[in-house]
Design a protein around this ligand. Structure first.
Ligand code: BGC
Length: 750
């Protein structure tokens, strides 16, 4: 048997290695069985897993449930295991005796990422997860997933740590950009399609972070309080829908605690909700450093410890073998862990379609176009007074300010960081921006908005970096149009301020004061404050727009693309509108930090604002277009446990464009919903100017229900419900009434 990992850097490293691996070194494995029926791909995955488990030794079983970080960690005297990919997320070696393939894991949801280390692999990046959610387009999400999954496979990875579907409970969460917004239906649907796309490459995708990993402050220790019903109607609903649509092979449990227990040893979350109630048949993998025990974790439903040595101890190594031998963890439970992993590997195709490094064959041109299509549909036009956009042909001179718009577009930091092709120093345009250590550095993708604008307008374009406000104002005074690019860097591990960093707010105000034709292009991870909003003519939210971001921005600004992004999150007017003023956790009562998500419960985002009658800066679902749309003839009828909805959509303006049909539903008071209304269905449709199209949508029964804790079922209350279309969560057409009969449904909504 091959040595699992090499630990040769220092004496202490050898100690770490031995303790992690002793379980695999105790007894030599027997000879390979003559009859290897599990290799018969015509058998079903469960049968194959059963056949294989029968011939596995205890050590071989244990080896499948214990994974290594695949990046050298000099501070821990750790060298990645032999065979592990450089600067990658995770690794479990193959088992040649039984023909079990390697598990080779890469981050994340935006593309093939690299950990800071020996030298990153350079790959295509999608726009941020929040940007993809802003497309409200299932096909775009699917295509993006398929593209990054293809790059993962061709890079030699067969497991992708994608599928971030945590709800934005607080816009200051530094990982907002990785996720898909504040609404369970939108987030679950978009992430589900990304996962489906990834797994179409015969690789496994995770769904993460399970669950309630909604802030970075105290992320390893925070204890989140949330009741069963509110949890299932909010974050868990997003994860449930993503699971139903994407069928991820693995679920990654989160760092935080939930109602006292760590997410990776949380009986309610793992054994009850995920496995029993949802019937999840894949495996639960821990986040890197999120395992805290052997026996409680194994018995509560964790199937695989990942990312050692980022955990304190190799809990699922020797200690697990011992726990099985002395009966604290039943042998049948270890078999279940192994069965789940093997079954998933069989059904995803990991045995029949092995991976190897074929990165030379990646079609980067095609992939850049897929990323660009995503970015173009994600960009949200927030303000456009006097139709200053698209940029008129008569504009003779444009001053572009800041954001490194001369060279590229910003991206978010942390484990999801993709390093771009074609960039100087792997995309690090300026030497000293962002932290040198994780989650830094700040990486820009070399897709220059200015270069793309120059190809699309005859105007003279000048650039100033905006560092000197007086000089910028002087340059702005004489331009026909000013485009200020404002950036906000956000990253895993840190929460962010909602104010733009440095003097960007002051800069925008000063420029807008001297030039009334000022357009602000935001490249932010999530919502920001806009103290200068009234003074500027136009605001464009471009998020982190990915590999082709500069081109996408230029195409929207010049009208080559009609903006069709809609906000997947509310932009609050001030932090006073949020359920919590600060994200600092109270440590007094329990000795460890805790926070109370029952304050808002399932009333997350626009639902909270609606319930509290607060007016945001920009509401959920909002976004302008270069045309106008109208909806008429809304009708609905009960079908099965859900609803079938239809409506006529008309492009009432002069330009072709894509419309997002948003259907909101309000329940009778007796239903006890968390908030006055919910997004119940949505779709995106291309409509030519002057054309009308009929749009059909369905409403998932779970969106009509509340979770009845005592009955352990969804409950739909009989009565008259109000159905509305609209251009945002606050701008709604007059409602139509639909009567629903009352009934209860099981946890799956059946
Ligand atoms: C993140 C995960 C990621 C893992 C592996 C953790 O820090 O929370 O999302 O997949 O690292 O890099």
């Amino acid at each position: 048997m091959r040595v699992k990992a090499i630990f040769m850097l220092a004496i202490s490293a050898i100690v770490i290695g031995k303790s992690a691996n002793a379980a695999t070194q105790t007894s030599p494995a027997p000879a390979a069985p003559a009859l290897q029926q599990w290799k018969n791909a015509t058998l079903d995955p469960d049968a194959r897993a059963d056949l294989l488990i029968k011939v596995m030794t205890l050590q071989e079983k244990q080896a499948l449930v214990f994974g290594y970080f695949s990046t050298d960690q000099p501070s821990l005297h750790y060298i990645r295991p032999n065979g592990g990919m450089v600067d990658a997320a995770g690794f479990i070696e193959d088992n040649p005796r039984l023909g079990i393939p390697v598990q080779s894991l890469t981050d994340a949801g935006l593309g093939v990422a690299s950990q800071p280390g020996l030298g990153p692999r350079l790959r295509t990046a999608l726009p941020s997860g929040l940007a993809t959610a802003a497309t409200w387009n299932r096909e775009v999400a699917l295509a993006g997933g398929a593209m990054i999954g293809n790059e993962a496979r061709l890079s030699g990875f067969n497991i992708m740590l994608a599928g971030g579907a945590n709800l934005m409970r607080d816009p200051r969460d530094g990982r907002t950009f990785e996720y898909a917004g504040e609404d369970p239906l939108l987030a679950g649907t978009i992430v589900g399609h990304v996962i489906e796309g990834i797994q179409s490459n015969h690789i496994i995708s995770t769904l993460k972070h399970f669950a309630f990993h909604d802030q970075q402050t105290d992320r390893f220790t925070i204890d989140v309080k949330i009741n069963d019903a509110s949890g299932r109607q909010s974050d868990l609903l997003a994860l449930q829908l993503a699971n139903e649509i994407g069928r991820p092979g693995a679920v990654m449990c989160a760092y935080n605690r939930v109602n006292g227990a760590y997410a990776c040893e949380n009986e309610w979350l793992l054994n009850q909700v995920l496995k029993a109630d949802w019937g999840f048949r894949g495996y639960v993998m821990s986040d890197w450093g999120a395992t805290h025990s052997t026996i409680p974790a194994a018995n509560a439903g964790l199937d695989q410890q990942m990312g050692y040595p980022l955990d304190r101890s190799p809990y699922f190594s020797d200690a697990l073998v011992e726990a099985v031998e002395n009966g604290w963890v039943k042998p049948s439970r270890l078999d279940d862990m192994v069965h789940r992993i093997l079954r998933t590997m069989f059904s995803a195709g990991l045995f029949e379609k092995p991976v190897s490094d074929q990165s030379a064959t990646i079609d980067y041109i095609d992939h850049a176009a897929i990323s660009r299509a995503d970015a173009e549909e994600a960009i949200v036009l927030l303000k456009n007074d006097a139709d200053i956009l698209p940029i008129a042909r008569s504009v003779g001179s444009i001053l572009v300010v800041g954001g490194h718009a001369d060279v590229g577009v910003i991206s978010g930091g942390g484990s999801s960081q993709v390093y771009p092709l074609g960039g100087p120093k792997n995309g690090m345009i300026t030497a000293n921006e962002g932290p040198a250590e994780f989650p830094g550095p700040t990486v820009y993708f070399p897709s220059s908005p200015i270069a793309a604008l120059r190809q699309r307008t005859k105007a003279t374009i000048n650039y100033v970096d905006g560092k000197n406000i007086a000089e910028t104002v002087a340059a702005a005074a004489t331009a026909d149009l000013v485009l200020v690019f404002a950036t906000q860097w956000a990253a895993e591990k840190i929460d962010v301020s909602l104010n733009l960093s440095g003097h960007q707010d002051a800069l925008i105000s000063a420029v807008a004061k001297c030039n009334h034709k000022t357009v602000v292009v935001l490249e932010t991870g999530g919502p920001v404050m806009m103290p200068w909003l009234r003074a500027v003519r136009s605001v464009v939210e471009a998020w982190y727009p990915g590999t082709s971001g500069g081109v996408a921005i230029a195409r929207v600004l010049t009208g080559e693309v009609n903006p069709s992004g809609r906000l997947p999150v509310s932009f609050v007017a001030s932090v006073d509108q949020l359920p919590r003023r600060t994200m600092d956790a109270d440590t007094e009562q329990s000795g460890h930090p805790h926070t109370d998500y029952d304050i808002e419960g399932a009333a997350v985002g626009y639902k909270w604002l609606d319930k509290k009658a607060l007016t945001p800066l920009f509401p959920f679902g909002y976004g302008l277009s270069y045309t106008t749309f109208a909806w008429s003839g809304l009708s609905a009828k009960a079908v099965g446990n859900g609803l079938a909805v239809s409506v006529m959509l008309t492009n009432s303006g002069a330009v072709d464009g894509k419309a997002v049909t948003q259907v909101y539903l309000a329940a009778p008071a007796s239903a006890g919903w968390e908030a006055p209304k919910r997004l119940a269905a949505f779709s995106k449709t291309f409509v030519r100017a002057g054309e009308s199209k009929s749009v059909s949508l369905t409403v998932d029964p779970k969106l009509l229900a509340t979770w009845d804790i005592a009955a352990h079922r969804w409950k739909i209350v009989p009565g008259d419900y109000k159905l509305m279309t609209g251009t945002s969560a606050v701008d709604l057409d007059p409602p139509v009434t639909v009567h629903l009969d009352g009934h209860t449904l099981n946890a799956l909504g059946n």
